[in-house]
Write a protein that binds this ligand. Structure first.
Ligand code: PFF
Length: 447
């Protein structure tokens, strides 16, 4: 019974905390910044439909598997994989899954921190007299300034490093408790504002009426990658958090709550944003600047907009922080366990790597704009490599490990359930559906 052991990094103080921490990891820029602009880039309803299907059919079962692995191994993802591979008499090469996951986390953190820096800088936007033109112009101005981008990126990473170096178990719990619900309330408020824009219905139709002719291999891969990214799956973040989960917590219910909260926030963000886009004659396919261009327009024209706008971007930055922490934690925990170094040294080392790569991402909007890898600038190339390749691949391997390598008795023991219908459905999904579907999307896209 591995799960009754404690992790050397500690255990969350209550059941709620795992849900909050995992939700904190899941809810972030992926929901409020990335989901709306990807939906806009990929034709709205068709993308949203495939995305929701990916969450329900592939993401949720893999999330359950990833949490279960984490709790059974009770270590950093790399060591957890090693421990469980030994238990399952599988090859020790499975350790690599944890190691590549930690690398993916670092790569994601490098560009995530640049985008989180945009959110931080918008805290000081002012939100007064903003029009569609002026809003577009100020976002472009931010992108064109290497010093501003690097400044905000650095500030965001320094805060992340500070929190992770102190140990996430203490810092995180208190914060997430109050701040996440506040973000939820402001997004709801924005939805109410959107009902007054005159384009609410148009926004809803755009988001929820699928045009099936728009479902291409590319849209499928983007939706799949976004499902993994938004749920923080496939790289060990949720596994690392699972290692701190109390032994008697119900993993299935927990995974459903986290996935539902995360999806709810993304959809609400879309419902808030698209009516503002259409009411102001902006393009839905505006790209990464979508929320940064649209929301200031809304704040500047609503009562107490300065207050709400400032608060919104503070909360968005904090939501990004609770995600960035989970991006670096798998690598940090691994270095501490394997090299026996101090938490602060491990965090600083990895933070420095993410910072350096992030500089290249920041410069890809200006000085290095001409430098492309397979037609993408550095920011987009890192995003593509991690979200659309590394995370789904990590997810396939997690599913295969749970479905084919771990002994079924061990899985049942860790989940603390009997072999009922729900278990059978889930087990079938991790053994067959998830690997086959992800594999098909890959084949479809690349060949
Ligand atoms: N899920 C986070 C978001 O939606 O912003 C991003 C993220 C965090 C992705 C942790 C992956 C991860 F491991």
């Amino acid at each position: 019974m591995q799960s009754n052991r404690e992790s050397i990094h500690g255990t969350w103080s209550s059941r709620w905390t795992f849900i909050l921490a995992a939700t904190g990891s899941a809810v972030g820029l992926g929901n409020i910044w990335k989901f709306p602009y990807m939906a806009g880039d990929n034709g709205g309803g068709a993308f949203v439909l495939v995305y929701l299907a990916c969450i329900a059919i592939i993401g949720l079962p893999i999330m359950l598997g990833e949490i279960m692995i984490g709790r059974r191994g009770r270590s950093s993802p790399a060591n957890t994989m090693k421990i469980l591979a030994i238990e399952a008499k599988a090859s020790k090469a499975w350790t690599l899954l944890g190691a590549t996951g930690a690398l993916a986390g670092l790569l994601i953190l490098s560009f995530y921190s640049v985008a989180a820096g945009w959110a931080l800088s918008y805290v000081f936007n002012g939100f007064q007299n903003i029009t569609a033109e002026s809003s577009t112009a100020s976002f472009n101005e931010l992108l064109s300034s290497p010093t501003s981008l690097i400044f905000w990126h650095t500030l965001f990473l320094v805060i992340t490093i500070f929190i992770v170096a102190r140990g996430i178990l203490e810092g995180l719990e208190k914060w997430i408790n109050t701040l996440m619900p506040m973000l939820f309330v402001i997004v709801l408020l924005l939805c109410i504002y959107s009902t007054q824009t005159g384009a609410f219905f148009e926004g809803l139709v755009y988001l929820f009426q699928p045009d099936f002719s728009k479902i291409t291999p590319e849209v499928m891969l983007e939706a799949l990658g976004q499902a993994f990214f938004t749920l923080s799956l496939g790289m060990g973040a949720i596994m690392a958090y699972g290692a701190y989960m109390p032994a008697d917590q119900n993993i299935g219910k927990t995974a459903i709550s986290v996935a539902a909260l995360d999806t709810g926030v993304a959809l609400l963000a879309g419902i808030a944003i698209f009516p503002i886009v259409f009411a102001n004659g902006l393009a839905a396919s505006e790209g990464p600047g979508l929320v940064f261009v649209t929301l200031p327009i809304a704040f500047s024209s609503m009562p107490f907009g300065v207050f709400f706008g400032t608060l919104f971007f503070i909360l968005l930055s904090i939501a990004a922080l609770s995600s960035s922490i989970s991006l670096i934690e798998p690598g940090v925990a691994w270095l501490i366990e394997s090299l026996k170094i101090k938490r602060i040294t491990a965090t600083l080392g990895l933070g420095l790597v993410a910072w350096s790569l992030g500089i290249l991402s920041a410069l890809s909007f200006n000085l290095l704009g001409e430098f492309t890898i397979f037609g993408r600038n550095f920011f987009d190339a890192t995003d593509f490599l991690t979200n659309q390749i590394m995370l789904p691949l990590g997810g396939i391997f997690i599913a295969i490990f749970v479905g084919w390598k771990m002994k079924k008795e061990d899985v049942l023991e860790e989940l603390k359930i009997k072999e009922g219908l729900l278990f059978k459905l889930w087990y079938f999904s991790v053994r067959y559906i998830s690997p086959v579907m992800v594999g098909c999307v890959f084949l479809y896209f690349f060949f």
